[in-house]
Design a protein around this ligand. Structure first.
Ligand code: DGL
Length: 282
């Protein structure tokens, strides 16, 4: 069983491609929808939430956790790896999405990559750092804080979405490849493709992330076994809203979602019948 963690339901776009690449593996997805979006939050809060969610997935029995959220991957992945799996041959592993996204971008680009994501993702500089390890490519990075909320609102196919995407894309200059570094942006792919200059490639890195996981599992057997292709979902927000929104991101029906809640700084085995709606303010 592979654990997949996201700030909310956006990471279901990543789960969708993981399931295509690994159809016989079982997945448990934890979406921190009650505390999303993470994209404008401070680093310490993201680290705190990420620790709680990863701990919960470990307690569910996952030995491998994929951080599907670009914000968490950029800000907290190294911290999580040092804290929970300091030994690369140890019993647990945590993988992120930033390195596979950078590798796919470098493979596609002629030299100037644009990257778009949440405020926290872009402020981290992590994507550009990973690209610099791979080649001499230039990176232009722009934050698009309005886009994830527009998608969450279900407005991804509206004129508002097209205008907002076009406005952000206009800031990129002469890039040849644009990387969508946010779980929500695959739903805006058509708007991005319409907004970029002719010849600019728009890269949804999710399929590359799935292929990278497949290759990693072949190199690291024993962290998960094949199952029946089942998925289980948990969220910290309203389960009905998670199901409704989640199906748009996963592209297929979702099983009933289990609600989990923070109690004394932990999500681990703290199930609750009380369902909070909306963002939890801390
Ligand atoms: N999942 C986040 C990401 O990929 C987007 C939503 C949020 O801000 O929490 O960066």
């Amino acid at each position: 069983m592979i654990g997949v963690y996201d700030s909310g339901f956006g990471g279901l776009t990543v789960l969708k491609t993981l399931r295509t690449a690994l159809p016989r593996h079982d997945f448990v997805f934890l979406g921190d929808s009650g505390r999303a979006p993470y994209g404008g939050r401070d680093v310490d809060t993201v680290l705190d939430f990420a620790e709680q969610c990863v701990e919960r997935l470990f307690e569910e029995g996952c030995r491998l956790v994929v951080v599907a959220c670009h914000t968490v991957s950029c800000v907290a992945l190294r911290h999580l790896q040092r804290r929970y799996c300091p030994n690369p041959c140890g019993p647990r592993r945590i993988l992120g999405v930033t390195i596979p996204a950078a590798e796919a971008a470098v493979a596609l680009s002629d030299g100037h990559i644009g990257v778009i994501g949440t405020t926290r993702t872009i402020a981290s500089g992590t994507f550009a750092t990973e690209v610099a390890k791979l080649g001499p490519h230039r990176v232009t990075a722009l934050a698009a804080p309005l886009l994830a909320p527009i998608v969450e609102e279900g407005w991804d196919e509206t004129e508002i979405a097209k205008l907002a995407v076009a406005r952000y894309v206009a800031g990129f200059g002469d890039i040849d490849t644009l990387v969508l570094s946010c779980t929500h942006y695959p739903l805006l792919l058509a708007a991005f493709e319409a907004a970029v200059r002719p010849g600019v490639r728009v890269l949804d890195p999710s399929p590359a992330i799935a292929q990278s996981l497949l290759a990693w599992l072949q190199r690291h057997p024993g962290y998960t076994e094949e199952g029946t292709g089942a998925i289980r979902t948990m969220c910290t927000g309203d389960p009905e809203s998670f199901r409704r929104n989640g199906e748009r991101f996963l592209g297929s029906p979702l099983p009933p979602t289990q609600h989990v809640e923070e109690e004394r700084g932990s999500l681990a085995h703290r199930d609750s019948v009380r369902v909070r709606v909306g963002q939890i303010v801390r």
